[in-house]
Structure formats: C-alpha cells, structure tokens
Design a protein around this ligand. Structure first.
Ligand code: BGC
Length: 388
C-alpha cells in the first residue's frame, strides 16, 4: 500500500516540479476561489503561535505505525531534552489514530493510543517544546473522503475533548498529506466541519491545515479556509526528489538511482545504472545534473527557492502563516550532501519567513544518531548555523 501511494506521490512531485519551474518566471497573482477571504495583518493568534513553531523536527515512523508493526524507531524521555538542547523549538508527532478506532458510529478510540500520545506530548511540553499532533496515513480518507468524513470528525471530537485543557503549546494538524481522491477542493468543506467540531471544546487551540497533492505548494491556490484566525497552513516539499528520495524503496523506480550529490554538478559525471532502465525524463534529469552549473543545476536550491518565495507571497496576501511541515533527505544520500541540502532548505525557508520541521528525528531521514547520543555529522550546523 505504502509503495503504491508513494509512486503516485512521486509522480505528483515530479509534475509539480515541472509546473513549479514554469511558474518561477511569473509574478504572484492571488488565484484562490473568492470564498477564500484574506485576513488582514500579521496580528492574529495564528501568527503569535507561528513564532513558537519555527525550528521543528518530526518524530517520524513512530506513532503512525500500524499496531503490531515496528519501523525501527524507539523514543526515550531523554530525547526530548536532547531535541531542545540541539535548538529545536517544536516537535511534530504523526499519529495513526484511525488504527485504534472502534466501529461506526462512535469510532471510539482505545485508551492505548491516548496513553502513547500523552507520553510524547507531556514529555515534549515538560521540555518546553511546542508540539503538534496530527492524523497521519489515514489512507481510507484519501481513498474515500466522503465515506470517511464521519470517522474523521469522530476522531477529532475525541482527540479535542481529551486535550482540551492542555496548554496552548499543543496544536492539532487535521490531516497529513491529503492525496488521491482527497483533493484540496474536496477537503475544504471537510476541514471546515472538523474545525467546527474542534472549536466546541478548544476555542483557542491553534490548528494546522494542509492542502491536497501531499501537502503540495502547488495546491495552495485551491485552499478555502473558514475565517478562523487561529489556523496555520502547512506544506511539504521534498524537492529535488531525485536527490531526497534516491534509493527509497517505498517510492517509484524512477528515483532508485543513487550516488546523487547536493548541490550538483558532480566532479565525475554520474552514469545511470542500466539495470534501472531509466525513463527518458530520468536520463534527461541526470544529464542536466551532470552538466549544468550549480546555479542552474536541478540538484540545487533552484528546485525549491521559487516555490518557497511563492509560499511567502501567498501567505502575506491571505494573512495566513505557513509552516513547512516536512522536508528532508533519505540517508542513502552521502552525509555531506545531506548536510548541504538541509542547510540550503533551512536557509531558504527562513529567508521566506517560514517555520519548518525536518523529516525526521531518528528514522530513515534522521538527524539524530541514537546509539551515539548525538546529531549526525554536519546536521546541527546545517540547521542551526553553528557547530554544537
Ligand atoms: C511519510 C514517511 C516518509 C516520508 C518521506 C512522510 O510523509 O509519512 O513515511 O518516509 O514522508 O517520504
């Protein structure tokens, strides 16, 4: 399932890249549906909370994992102090609540998942980290948004009631990376209903909302939000995908070529592995990567700079803070290139006044090296601009 989904995501990202490249020459024009009303100024509760969610880390491959499976991540209480000492101010916690829901119509959540999430949330808060919990990998919602809406609302009703007295440093993100049939247009009214449900018990809680197309920047233009002034928009960006997902087994065969550095071009041209039988567009990408100078190379900041500029302009126009909720590079890339990449994306996000959260803490895109209780080489300096 994960493999199939990721193939679609990779294609979306690829076509998004092409569209993004074409859009880079154009000036920002607000083009959301007229129902999306700009909120004036930068003085809303959402902007106040955005200041607490500047430099974050995703606790990936942990609480979103289906029961009975392990994706190699364990978390100790000490790690929250380590996150804080590294310089992170928040942690994004993917949660697979739907795996723990009983049958319709109540979809009652088991106490087990609440106690596991409570452990993470209370430890994060005890270390003065802001924390965002979401619903992650709710595949049924992506496949059948209308048929899963009641469950989605029932989950949020219970989660919101459980956390209603928690401090404002806890935020909720409604749904991770809607995609497939969960288009932005279809999700807009579902989000509005979920926000209304949450507001019954949490009138002042900050909420995060992602557009469709896997939280795509190119989908911001289809977002329609209610006039609630405590909603932050969140987008994901894994460009340049050939670099960030090289060799990632859960995604398309088109990114199985490894040995791609950041930034390009490489000192010696990369010869595509014939066993991978690369498609013409992959060969074309590699050829540009081999030959173009860094400023024009597809494995460089060029792949995301204009996208983040657009986000900034969109955000300012609509009066909605935007958070970059996921970016990162798989550990199959070489350590120096990974550090270069995280530094470049972090700088670009900060240039555009976007809070960010890296994917991920200690899984397959990791920052942290749990056995050695330290950051991987180069990663601290990449994100915080100085060595630890
Ligand atoms: C998914 C992870 C995946 C990562 C990078 C996240 O949104 O939840 O499973 O490793 O993206 O592809």
């Amino acid at each position: 399932m994960k493999i199939k989904i990721s193939i679609v995501r990779a294609l979306c990202v690829f076509f998004g890249f092409v569209a993004g490249a074409a859009a880079s020459e154009t000036v920002f024009v607000p083009s959301n549906p007229p129902e999306m009303k700009p909120l004036g100024g930068h003085h809303t509760p959402a902007y106040a909370t955005a200041k607490l969610f500047r430099h974050g880390v995703n606790l990936g491959n942990y609480l979103e994992v289906p029961p009975g499976q392990k994706w190699g991540v364990t978390v100790s209480t000490e790690e929250f102090g380590q996150m804080k000492r590294e310089g992170f101010d928040h942690v994004r916690v993917p949660v697979g609540w739907h795996h723990y829901a009983g049958p319709a119509p109540n979809f009652t959540l088991s106490p087990e998942i609440f106690s596991r999430v409570d452990f993470i949330v209370t430890n994060a808060l005890a270390n003065k980290l802001a924390v965002m919990i979401n619903i992650h990998h709710f595949n049924e919602l992506d496949r059948d948004p209308a048929g899963s809406t009641e469950e989605f609302l029932a989950l949020w009703k219970q989660i919101a009631a459980h956390y209603k007295n928690f401090p404002p440093l806890l935020a909720f993100e409604l749904d991770n990376e809607p995609h497939e049939n969960a288009t932005t247009t279809l999700m807009n009214p579902i989000y509005a209903r979920a926000i209304a449900v949450i507001r019954e018990t949490n009138p002042r809680r900050t909420l995060f909302v992602e557009p469709g197309g896997w939280g795509s920047i190119d989908e911001l233009k289809n977002l329609v939000l209610p006039p609630d002034d405590n909603v932050i928009v969140s987008v994901h960006c894994y460009e340049p995908f050939h670099f960030t997902h090289q060799g990632a087994g859960w995604t398309t065969t088109d990114v199985q070529q490894t040995g791609i550095i950041f930034p390009g071009p490489p000192a010696q041209p990369l010869v595509p592995d014939p066993k991978l039988n690369p498609k013409p567009w992959v060969r074309d990408w590699i050829q540009k990567y081999n030959t173009l100078p860094t400023a024009q190379n597809p494995s460089s900041a060029l792949a995301f700079t204009d996208k983040l500029k657009y986000v900034h302009a969109w955000s300012d126009f609509y009066g909605r803070p935007v958070h970059l909720g996921e970016f990162g590079a798989y550990t199959k890339a070489d350590p120096q290139s990974r550090a270069n990449f995280y530094a470049a994306m972090r700088r670009a996000a900060e240039q555009e006044k976007l809070g960010w959260a890296i994917w991920d803490w200690s899984a397959n895109f990791r920052y942290w090296d749990p056995p050695n209780h330290c950051a991987l080489p180069g990663m601290h300096a990449a994100l915080f601009g100085k060595t630890n």
